[in-house]
Ligand binder design. Structure first.
Ligand SMILES: C[S@@+](CC[C@H](N)C(=O)[O-])C[C@H]1O[C@@H](n2cnc3c(N)ncnc32)[C@H](O)[C@@H]1O
Length: 337
């Protein structure tokens, strides 16, 4: 797909947003002495061997090493066989007898609370705020209104612009659309304006809907996506499923599937798809940054590869799914009941 200047600039802006988490993860790798372990090992090390050397479960370590390999700190090897990791000139300079201690100092003084630590990786104890459900989030009104809500609105504005520009055909013939976890209705407000025949329904938690301002063409419904989703031609989940575990996603997707008519309806997921094999596009770094951020701020949230999406969609009972590239950090996945 052709790159255009705006897309490259947006991807770069996302990357700047993930600057702190990148620094915190490099610091964590030094804290776990991964550069020293690789140095002493001499040859590329497998993920299970590295996992036992540092005392971290393989799933979380895999996500961290995938992120660090993307940024050239370590090198992924073992094409076609088990994944292994090797040193690079950068990691050779991050051992404890070189710049490792300096990175630890910078991390201690400059990395804010809420980023990944060795403790997070070993115990899955989250250092930061919980963003998936409502717990704690709305108790801090300044954080909620000034930081979280604004961030979600800015994200929704950007991504919905890409959806409208690059996925217009997806709304052909659609008369009603539910945005599940639609927050203050930013995405839905833009969609009903772009496609005026669509009736918009924004489903979110009661504490979120209570703070929403009225929006033309959008009805707000307070409820939970784990219980039921209002019926419509199309149900959309934008930037929602990455907050939840596979098991929770399957439950949410089953409720969404029940809400759309078999044969003519569909569920559209707007979320990242990770490229496991190191390919990808200008947004790959941002998607990996988002993945490790989800590790820091949710219990079991994560960004997913195509195979991981296919697994949860099959478990939820969808007949087929199709991926559309919208030239953004997220893709659209259409799922048919
Ligand atoms: C990461 S935000 C995404 C907001 C918006 N879709 C966007 O793209 O910016 C996740 C949203 O899911 C909502 N949410 C969390 N638990 C929910 C539940 N059980 N039922 C419905 N919405 C829920 C949150 O309140 C929040 O608005």
């Amino acid at each position: 797909m052709a790159r255009n200047e705006d897309t490259v600039a947006i991807a770069e802006a996302w990357n700047h947003g993930f600057g702190f988490i990148k620094t915190s993860i490099v610091k964590t790798a030094v804290e776990l002495e991964i550069p020293d372990i690789l140095q002493n090992h001499g040859t590329p090390i497998s993920l299970p061997d590295l996992s036992s050397a540092v005392g971290c479960p393989t799933d979380r370590l895999h996500r961290v090493m995938r992120f660090l390999a993307h940024h050239g700190i370590f090198k992924r090897t073992g094409e076609g066989g088990p994944v292994c990791y090797a040193q690079t000139p950068i990691s050779r300079s991050l051992t404890r007898d070189k710049l490792g201690p300096f990175v630890l100092l910078q991390g201690a003084v400059c990395v804010p609370n809420g980023c990944i630590t060795a403790e997070t990786l070993r115990t899955a104890k989250r250092p930061g705020v919980e963003l998936s459900g409502s717990d704690g989030l709305y108790e801090d009104p300044v954080f909620y209104t000034k930081v979280f809500r604004e961030a979600m609105a800015s994200h929704a504005r950007l991504t919905t612009t890409a959806v409208i520009e690059n996925y217009r055909e997806g709304f052909d013939g659609v008369r009603s659309l539910v945005d599940v976890g639609g927050s203050q209705g930013m995405a839905l407000g833009m969609l009903v304006k772009a496609f005026p025949r669509i009736r918009g329904i924004c489903l979110d938690l009661p504490e979120v809907v209570a703070r929403a301002s009225p929006l033309e063409g959008v009805e707000f419904v307070a409820g939970s996506m784990f219980e039921s989703v209002p019926k419509a031609d199309v149900v959309m989940l934008m930037f929602v499923l990455h907050n939840w575990s596979d098991k929770e996603c399957v439950e949410i997707l089953k409720r969404c599937k029940e809400a759309v008519p078999v044969g003519t309806g569909k569920v559209i997921i707007v979320d990242a798809i990770l490229d496991e094999d190191g390919g990808g596009d200008e947004f790959t770094g941002a998607r990996l940054g988002l993945d490790v951020t989800m590790m820091a701020v949710t219990f079991e949230g994560k960004e997913r590869t195509y195979d991981e999406w296919a697994y949860i969609l099959n478990e939820a009972g969808f007949r087929k799914h199709v991926v559309k590239n919208i030239k953004a950090l997220e893709f659209v996945i259409e799922a048919y009941p």
